[in-house]
Design a protein around this ligand. Structure first.
Ligand code: NAD
Length: 480
C-alpha cells in the first residue's frame, strides 16, 4: 500500500506521531492508499512556514505570482488524465466529468492569475494638498479548508485566489479523499514556488482543521463545507479576529411556472441533480412546480433520470458513479427512508444496484420523489445525493415565501418564458445566486457564494479575489 507524506515548508514530511489513515475507492470499497495523519505539531510547522514565506511572497511582483499560477495550471493540464484517474478512484467521479472539472479548475487558476493583475487601489479626494488613497494589500496567512465533493477544484479555486493576491496558505483537504491534494502538492513542487508559500496538511477536520482555524497567526479562513462545520469555525476562529470566507450548504429552490419550457428545464435540472451523484452544493434541492405543468414535468424528469448511466466511474460511458463513502450512502438512504415514511411518493430509484460489480460499491440510484410537502425532512435538509424532491404548489400559495422558508440561501432558479416575471422572483428570493431558465451556470468570471446559513463572502471572479485582500488607508501631505 502506497503511503504519502505532507508538503510543509517546501519539504515532504511524515507526521511526528507516525500515524497514517486510509483512503478508500468508493466503487469497490477497497483501501487504496494511506496518508500521513497530521496533528498539532504539523499545524504549527505549516502555519509558521506560511508566516515566514509571507514577507517575500506578498512583496513579489504581480507578474511573478501570476506566472507561478500559470505554471501550476499548465502542469495540471499536462497531467489531466492522471489527475482525473485519481479523482475517479478516490471520489468516484466519472472519468470524463473528472477531466472536465480539472480543466475547469486550471481555467479558474488562469483567470485568477490574470485578473489579479488588474486589481487596483483607490484615490480619495478629501483635502487639498493631501493625497489620500486606499492601498489593496494581501490579508496574510490563509487556512484553506476544503470539502470532499469536488476535491481538486476546491483546492485550486482557493489556492489561486490566495496566491494571486499575495497571501500564503496552508491547505487542509478533507480526510475522506485527500490523495488528490498530495498529488497537487507534487505539482506545486514541480512549479517551484518559494518554500512555505503553499503547505498541504492532511488529517482530521476536528483536530487539524480546528487548530488551523483557531491559530493566532492565521489571518483568513477560507472554508467550503457543511454549515455545521462553518459554525464551528466561526466559534473557534474567534479566539483572534480573522477574515472568514465560508461557502456552506444549500437546499436550493427551483420554481417552475405554468409557462416553463419543460424540455429545457428537465434537461438542465436533471443534469445538475445527478451530476457528481448529487453531491454538489448548487444542485436543485426542492422543486416547486405549478399544477398545470406538474405531471408533464415529472414525466420528463423521470425519463431523464432513467437515462443516467450508473456504473464504474472509470468507464467513459458512465455518467454517474457511487457516492463518496459508505457513511454518506447510509445518510442518503436514511433521507430516502424518511421521505417514504413521511408520505412522499417514490417514482424512480431509491434503491442500490444489486448486480455485480456495482453491489460492492457505495451506489445510490437516481431517485425522484413527488408529493413532497414543505414540512418533510427531505424538503428541509440538504441530502447531498442523487435525490429530486418535487412539490406541487397551489396557485394560491405564496411560492416565494415557501422557497424562502429555509435556513439556507445558496442559489435558486425560476423557469418561465416571461423574463420580467422571472426576474421579479429573483429580487424576492433570499439567495446568493439566481437564474432564470438556467441553474448553477458558473464560470471563473462569475462570483459564487450564499447568504444565511449558506455562507459568508464570495469565491471566484474579481469579487473572490477582493475577499483575499484588505484595504489600507494611506495619506501624505504635499509641502513646498
Ligand atoms: P464538512 O463540513 O464535513 O468538511 C469540510 C472541511 O472542513 C473538511 O476538510 C473537514 O475536514 C473540515 N472540518 C471538519 N470539522 C472541522 C472543524 N471543527 N474545524 C475546521 N475544519 C473542520 O463538509 P463536507 O462533508 O466535506 O462537504 C459537504 C458540504 O459542503 C455540503 O454541506 C455542501 O453543501 C458543502 N459545499 C458547499 C459549497 C459552496 O460553495 N457553498 C461547495 C461544495 C460543498
Amino acid at each position: 500500500m502506497d503511503s504519502y507524506r505532507m508538503w510543509i515548508g517546501g519539504e515532504w514530511l511524515e507526521a511526528e506521531s507516525r500515524k497514517t489513515y486510509p483512503v478508500f475507492n468508493p466503487t469497490t470499497g477497497e483501501e487504496i492508499a494511506r496518508l500521513a495523519m497530521g496533528g498539532l505539531p504539523e499545524v504549527e510547522r505549516a502555519v509558521q512556514a506560511a508566516h515566514r514565506a509571507f514577507a517575500g511572497w506578498s512583496r513579489a511582483p504581480q507578474a511573478e505570482r501570476s506566472g507561478a499560477l500559470n505554471r501550476i495550471a499548465a502542469l495540471m493540464r499536462e497531467n489531466v488524465d492522471e489527475l482525473a484517474r485519481i479523482e475517479t478512484m478516490e471520489h468516484g467521479m466519472p472519468i470524463e466529468a473528472a477531466k472536465k472539472v480539472i480543466t475547469f479548475a486550471s481555467h479558474a487558476m488562469e483567470f485568477n492569475a490574470a485578473a489579479a493583475r488588474s486589481l487596483r487601489g483607490e484615490v480619495i479626494h478629501a483635502f487639498p494638498n493631501t493625497v489620500t488613497y486606499l492601498e489593496r494589500e494581501p490579508v496574510g496567512v490563509c487556512a484553506l479548508i476544503t470539502p470532499w465533493n469536488v476535491p481538486l477544484f476546491m483546492i485550486c479555486a482557493k489556492v489561486s485566489l490566495a496566491l494571486a493576491t499575495g497571501n500564503t496558505c496552508v491547505v487542509k483537504p478533507p480526510s475522506i479523499n485527500s490523495l488528490i491534494a498530495v498529488r497537487f502538492a507534487e505539482i506545486l513542487e514541480k512549479a517551484v514556488l518559494p518554500p512555505g508559500v503553499v503547505n498541504v496538511l492532511t488529517g482530521p477536520g476536528g483536530s487539524v482543521g480546528d487548530a488551523l482555524a483557531s491559530h493566532p497567526l492565521v489571518n483568513l479562513v477560507g472554508m467550503t463545507g457543511s454549515s455545521e462545520t462553518g459554525k464551528r469555525i466561526i466559534a473557534s476562529s474567534s479566539r483572534s479576529i480573522k477574515r472568514l470566507v465560508l461557502e456552506l450548504g444549500g437546499k436550493n429552490p427551483v420554481i417552475l411556472l405554468e409557462d416553463a419550457d419543460l424540455d429545457h428545464a428537465a434537461e438542465v435540472l436533471a443534469h445538475h441533480q445527478f451530476f457528481n451523484s448529487g453531491m454538489t452544493c448548487g444542485s436543485p434541492g426542492r422543486y416547486y412546480v405549478h399544477p398545470a405543468v406538474h405531471d408533464a414535468f415529472v414525466e420528463k424528469l423521470v425519463a431523464r433520470a432513467r437515462k443516467v448511466v450508473v456504473g464504474d466511474p472509470a468507464d467513459p460511458r458512465t455518467t454517474m458513479g457511487p457516492v463518496v463513502s459508505a457513511e454518506h450512502r447510509d445518510k442518503v438512504e436514511a433521507y430516502i427512508a424518511s421521505g417514504i415514511e413521511q408520505g412522499a411518493k417514490l417514482v424512480c430509484g431509491g434503491e442500490r444496484p444489486t448486480a455485480p460489480p456495482l453491489d460492492r460499491g457505495w451506489f445510490v440510484m437516481p431517485t425522484v420523489f413527488i408529493g413532497v410537502t414543505q414540512d418533510m425532512t427531505i424538503a428541509r435538509e440538504e441530502i447531498f445525493g442523487p435525490v429530486a424532491c418535487v412539490m406541487k404548489y397551489s396557485p394560491s400559495d405564496d411560492v416565494v415565501a415557501l422557497a424562502n422558508d429555509n435556513v439556507y440561501g445558496l442559489c435558486a432558479s425560476v423557469w418561465t418564458k416571461n423574463l420580467a416575471k422571472g426576474l421579479k422572483y429573483g429580487y424576492e428570493l433570499r439567495v446568493g445566486s439566481f437564474w432564470v431558465n438556467q441553474h448553477n451556470h458558473l464560470a471563473p468570471e462569475i462570483p459564487w457564494g450564499g447568504i444565511k446559513d449558506s455562507g459568508i463572502g464570495k469565491e471566484a471572479s474579481i469579487e473572490g479575489l477582493k475577499e483575499f485582500t484588505q484595504m489600507k488607508l494611506m495619506s501624505y501631505e504635499l509641502r513646498g
